[in-house]
Design a protein around this ligand. Structure first.
Ligand SMILES: *[C@@H]1O[C@H](CO)[C@@H](O)[C@H](O)[C@H]1NC(C)=O
Ligand SMILES: *[C@@H]1O[C@H](CO)[C@@H](O)[C@H](O)[C@H]1NC(C)=O
Ligand SMILES: *[C@@H]1O[C@H](CO)[C@@H](O)[C@H](O)[C@H]1NC(C)=O
Ligand SMILES: *[C@@H]1O[C@H](CO)[C@@H](O)[C@H](O)[C@H]1NC(C)=O
Ligand SMILES: *[C@@H]1O[C@H](CO)[C@@H](O)[C@H](O)[C@H]1NC(C)=O
Ligand SMILES: *[C@@H]1O[C@H](CO)[C@@H](O)[C@H](O)[C@H]1NC(C)=O
Ligand SMILES: *[C@@H]1O[C@H](CO)[C@@H](O)[C@H](O)[C@H]1NC(C)=O
Ligand SMILES: *[C@@H]1O[C@H](CO)[C@@H](O)[C@H](O)[C@H]1NC(C)=O
Ligand SMILES: *[C@@H]1O[C@H](CO)[C@@H](O)[C@H](O)[C@H]1NC(C)=O
Ligand SMILES: *[C@H]1O[C@@H](CO)[C@H](O)[C@@H](O)[C@@H]1NC(C)=O
Length: 734
């Protein structure tokens, strides 16, 4: 009796170490034995195979054969969980009496082994059967029968005539198979063509039955490859975690054995999926010609990607995915339409841009023209000329003016006068200004505007409306002033703002302020200036009722060496100096006359020219003069002003006004004298009040005033009003 014991030692394992040791293998691990490549998790020495589990231990014998267990030779190992080994053929031969030498009886102790489904259990022989059974937890048997009393036709089919086979799927502990003759035969009838019976496991497709050859001696083949399934552990991927495998590019899959897991590289990658170093799964460069895994018709268009590739066509070409070749893009109607539309729109855009540019240029040219026409050049020349060093005139732009007046909105109009319209403007820094716009199409107005700019640029006085700047880019020039919000003196005396606030004290102060301003214009400003249009309508009041002289349009700068100037007569009826009117000779005394009229207005609250008054007293000067002559001053002075202790001052003020309005200019006092006199009245008045409150100081102070006036000493006193009086007297005396 001959018994073959083929022990297939454990291949799959119940592990002490559930985790794969990732990464580095020892450098001295063998990577091949003979022609067989050894790869992790298998290895030949400790530290080279998985978790030091003896199930993955292989040995390389001195004949360079890789052995698994005691004597099973390994053909090769695949990562996907298969181990290909050589398995011997078992055979039993008939003796010459027709008896088989032995019953073939095989026990395969499979322990942890799984036979792959891709094996066949095959019997070659006549009148025999083979039985494959399992032992252990499941009872399972399979087998086949072969019968033949004459040589079967050599058609190569293993169909039960001289050869039979059965599929194998036994993932269990152990199997055994039996082979023996089926019934009794006259041995000689078989012996001739079938002396032996063969039984073996073989990988599907490795054995092709040929009756004429194999029944005799199985072509002397002694072993067949057999596939065994191996896996790691007895847990599924879910149980161990899907990221158990070596790298990002490798994935876990459940072993076909039904226990444990294996790893594999993703498509487009190759390497050892259990390792995470450079031997692990790496991208396959499909575009390298030697590999030629791409299907681009032109290899030059192939571009490798991580785990794949694509075919890249030149611009203007598209990939034809059926042939993987590049072909020219064809432009459909939609494209042509789109292109045309875009082209058309671009042209439109360009045209409108050019138009805009031209319009812009035209606007600029127009502005330049206006600027010149409005005397901008002359102005700039004059402003930068000698004697105007402290000129501080800002040039505003057309746009700036437009936005600040909200497009010259009607609601922004503050007033409309002889010289044009005044708008309220709000500058970008939120400051409020008054913007004066000349009347359209009046060239003399333009001249006056320029004149005003020149005059005002010379003046820096707190009682003169400050000119901030001008704009000459518009058709008519614009002047920008500080904004004075409480109307004109005219409005307060006769018009819309008439009220009780203009007491005698206020009126006297206003008169002093106007007189002081005119005195300053006549004598103190760097070049003497004659206002030429002094009237209550040209005197603005701010919220403290401080006077601000405005409207210098008619004013004249008088060069120092010229005493008189012949000009076209300008001014307002009622305020106009009769001498100047008759002769056309302008000097500062004309302003004195006009001031006299203003002072009379302040005293009487009567208009300068009033046709409701009797014919002879139409003119305020005549009205007051006749009243004075007839000693009935009480009648013409505004009775609201009069109280018990100011009559003397009023009389004095009337006298000053009368002097100012003398027919002959030479007889009129200088503006400085007028200012000093009025200031004197005011100071005396203040003193009187003082003396009421502090009796006893009066005499001393009055004496002080007298002394100071005579000596011209301004340094010995700290009292401002007195100082002013003093200096006024001195100037008046020059
Ligand atoms: C896996 O093996 C361990 C020990 O070897 C055992 O305790 C466990 O029950 C097994 N698990 C499965 C699913 O077979
Ligand atoms: C390796 O393969 C070659 C040819 O395929 C063969 O001649 C040689 O015997 C093989 N060596 C071993 C050790 O199997
Ligand atoms: C393993 O061996 C078989 C049979 O010799 C062969 O067909 C197969 O290509 C081999 N596989 C590897 C990965 O070497
Ligand atoms: C698997 O093989 C190992 C090692 O040979 C052994 O200890 C274990 O008992 C085997 N498992 C089974 C279920 O036979
Ligand atoms: C064996 O191989 C043949 C073709 O080679 C195939 O058709 C058949 O399905 C395979 N059998 C098994 C069990 O894999
Ligand atoms: C079987 O072997 C014989 C002799 O070698 C040969 O002539 C015949 O073609 C083979 N038959 C098949 C099916 O391969
Ligand atoms: C694996 O993926 C992570 C994040 O996706 C990345 O940071 C890491 O570099 C990748 N490692 C390798 C070896 O590709
Ligand atoms: C592995 O098997 C388990 C249990 O049968 C299953 O839930 C899981 O989806 C499988 N995982 C993979 C990657 O096939
Ligand atoms: C070319 O290869 C890609 C990726 O392997 C595939 O998706 C595609 O179907 C193939 N095309 C042709 C025409 O073979
Ligand atoms: C075959 O051998 C002969 C002689 O040795 C025996 O007499 C037979 O009994 C034997 N046959 C079987 C089936 O064993």
């Amino acid at each position: 009796m001959k018994v073959h014991h083929l022990i297939l030692v454990a291949i799959s394992f119940y592990l002490a170490y559930p985790q794969l040791v990732n990464g580095q293998l020892r450098k001295d691990c063998r990577t091949s034995c003979g022609n067989v490549t050894i790869e992790y998790p298998f290895g030949t020495s400790p530290g080279c195979y998985y978790a030091d589990d003896p199930s993955f231990k292989l040995t390389c014998n001195d004949k360079e054969k890789l052995l698994f267990g005691e004597n099973i030779e390994v053909i090769n190992i695949s990562h996907s969980g298969e181990l290909r080994v050589w398995n011997s053929v078992s055979q039993a031969c008939y003796d010459n009496k027709g008896n088989v030498s032995d019953e073939l009886y095989y026990t395969y102790s499979l322990a942890n082994l799984s036979l792959s489904r891709n094996n066949k259990f095959t019997l070659v022989g006549c009148d025999a059967f083979a039985l494959l059974s399992t032992t252990g937890t499941r009872d399972y048997s399979t087998g086949c029968l072969s019968a033949c009393d004459s040589p079967p036709p050599g058609n190569g089919d293993c169909n039960g005539e001289g050869c039979c086979r059965s599929d194998v799927y036994v993932p269990l502990d152990s199997i055994e198979f039996k082979t023996r003759p089926y019934g009794y035969r006259e041995p000689t009838s078989v012996l001739d063509f079938n002396p032996c019976i063969f039984a073996f496991l073989a990988e599907n497709g490795t054995f092709h039955f040929n009756a004429s050859e194999d029944l005799k001696n199985l072509r002397n083949v002694k072993e067949f490859p057999v596939l065994l399934d191996w896996s790691i552990g007895n847990q599924t991927c879910n149980e161990v975690g899907n990221s158990i495998c070596g790298m990002n590019n490798s994935i876990c899959f459940n072993s076909t054995r039904g226990a444990g897991y294996n790893c594999k590289c993703l498509d487009g990658f190759e390497g050892n999926p259990y390792l995470s170093n450079e031997q692990g799964c790496q991208d396959i460069n499909e575009c390298i010609s030697t590999i030629h895994k791409h299907n681009c018709s032109d290899p030059n268009t192939c571009r490798n990607t991580d785990g794949g590739f694509y075919c890249k066509c030149r611009s203007g070409y598209l990939l034809d995915t059926t042939k993987m070749s590049c072909k020219r893009k064809d432009f459909g109607w939609a494209t042509i339409l789109l292109g045309t539309t875009i082209g058309f729109l671009s042209i439109l855009l360009v045209v409108s841009y050019v138009q805009q540019r031209m319009k812009h240029r035209k606007t600029i040219a127009l502005r330049q023209k206006f600027f010149e026409q409005n005397g901008g050049g002359m102005l700039i020349q004059r402003l930068s000329g000698p004697g105007t060093s402290n000129a501080n005139v800002q040039i505003f732009t057309d746009e700036g003016m437009k936005t600040s007046t909200n497009g010259y909105e009607e609601s922004r109009i503050l007033g409309q006068g002889g010289q044009g319209t005044v708008y309220k403007g709000i500058l970008p820094d939120n400051s409020i200004v008054a913007i004066k716009k000349a009347r359209l199409g009046d060239n003399s107005q333009v001249e006056q505007f320029i004149n005003e700019v020149l005059v005002l640029s010379q003046i820096n006085h707190r009682n003169v409306v400050k000119l901030l700047g001008c704009c000459l880019e518009t058709e008519v020039p614009l002047l920008v002033y500080e904004f004075i919000n409480s109307g004109t003196l005219f409005d307060h005396l006769h018009g819309s703002l008439f009220g009780p606030s203009l007491t005698w004290e206020n009126r006297l102060r206003i008169a002093v302020e106007i007189a002081g301003t005119l005195a300053y214009l006549h004598s103190s400003a760097s070049i003497p200036i004659i206002h030429r249009d002094v009237k209550t309508a040209n005197i603005l009041l701010d919220e403290n009722l401080t006077a601000k002289v405005a409207d210098f349009g008619a004013s004249r700068l008088i060069p120092m060496d010229k005493e008189q100037l012949t000009t076209m007569v300008q001014g307002t009826l009622g305020y106009l100096d009769p001498e100047y009117y008759n002769t056309g000779l302008l000097n500062e005394k004309s302003d004195v006359y006009s001031f006299g009229v203003v002072l009379m207005e302040l005293l009487s609250s009567q208009k300068a020219l009033c046709f409701e008054r009797p014919l002879q007293s139409k003119h305020l000067v005549h009205y007051i003069a006749s009243a004075m002559k007839e000693n009935r001053l009480h009648e013409v002075i505004d009775e609201k002003l009069i109280n018990e202790n100011n009559w003397k001052e009023i009389e004095e003020a009337v006298r000053v006004a009368m002097e100012c309005t003398r027919v002959t200019g030479d007889e009129r006092p200088l503006m400085t004298e007028v200012a000093a006199k009025l200031e004197g009245l005011r100071v005396t008045k203040t003193k009187h009040r003082w003396s009421d409150e502090y009796p006893g100081e009066e005499t001393e102070n009055l004496v002080g005033v007298g002394i100071l006036s005579e000596q011209g000493d301004t340094s010995s006193t700290g009292y401002d009003s007195i100082k002013n009086v003093a200096s006024m007297h001195i100037e008046a005396g020059r």
